[in-house]
Design a protein around this ligand. Structure first.
Ligand SMILES: [Zn+2]
Length: 225
């Protein structure tokens, strides 16, 4: 899928959704990072900048192959290899959102994943969300572990660390992050209430084939104005 972004529009979208990531407390402080694939470069968040403080210039272009910064004195996020790995494995994805979403992170710390608990989650993210064991952040080891699973999944839980989602654009990757975090909250509440019902493989299959969900997926990607 060709990227919808130029470097300038990628910077703008990353800034807009970076503010929302901070507002929705998907991350607190200077952690987390986002990126987008533009026509001539990848655009990634600069290192150490809190989402609420970032300006558009804190989203910097890098060479998609080497990770080298183009035209900025700022350093890219230390998790840049993880972003490059996602774009290599997912030619259909033009954005990556990585947060330290608290409830999703807490669930991942138990080694458990989020079951298919409701249609929104299944249709907009997927029924299967892998959980990676704890791996020290920022290195190639984490990038390689994410690369192994991101090819077939739109979201990955990182134990004792956070959550990563991909999307056709920044908006879709952002909503996927938010949906997983909200679903984790619902799952936590349901477990506190009692023994929750989880959708069966047949019910999951039926959701994937709902026409209404096709329409909503297209809307989220911006395929329909
Ligand atoms: Zn992180």
């Amino acid at each position: 899928m060709p990227s919808p972004y130029t470097v300038e529009t990628a910077k703008r979208d990353l800034w807009v959704y970076g503010r929302k990531i901070a507002e929705r407390l998907l991350i607190v402080g200077p952690g987390g990072n986002t990126s987008a694939r533009a026509d001539t470069a990848l655009v990634v968040k600069a290192s150490g900048c809190a989402f609420e403080d970032c300006t558009e210039d804190d989203y910097i272009p890098i060479d998609p192959k080497t990770g080298e910064v183009i035209g900025s004195t700022k350093k890219p996020t230390c998790e840049v290899y993880m972003h490059i790995a996602c774009f290599l494995k997912r030619p259909d994805a033009n954005a990556v959102v990585h947060t330290h979403a608290p409830i999703a992170t807490a669930l991942a710390m138990t080694g458990q994943s989020l079951p298919p608990i409701y249609p929104d989650l299944i249709a907009l993210v997927g029924a299967d969300i892998p959980v990676l064991p704890y791996i020290i952040p920022a290195g190639k080891q984490l990038a390689e572990a994410v690369a192994k699973v991101i090819g077939d999944h739109n979201a990955v839980l990182l134990s004792n660390h956070g959550l990563l989602t991909v999307g056709a654009n920044v908006r879709e990757a952002y909503f996927r992050n938010l949906i997983v975090e909200e679903a984790c909250k619902t799952w936590l509440a349901a477990r506190a209430f009692g023994k929750p019902y989880v959708l069966t493989p047949e019910e999951v299959h039926a959701v994937y084939h709902l026409e209404a969900e096709d329409y909503r997926r297209a809307l989220l990607r911006g395929d329909i104005a």
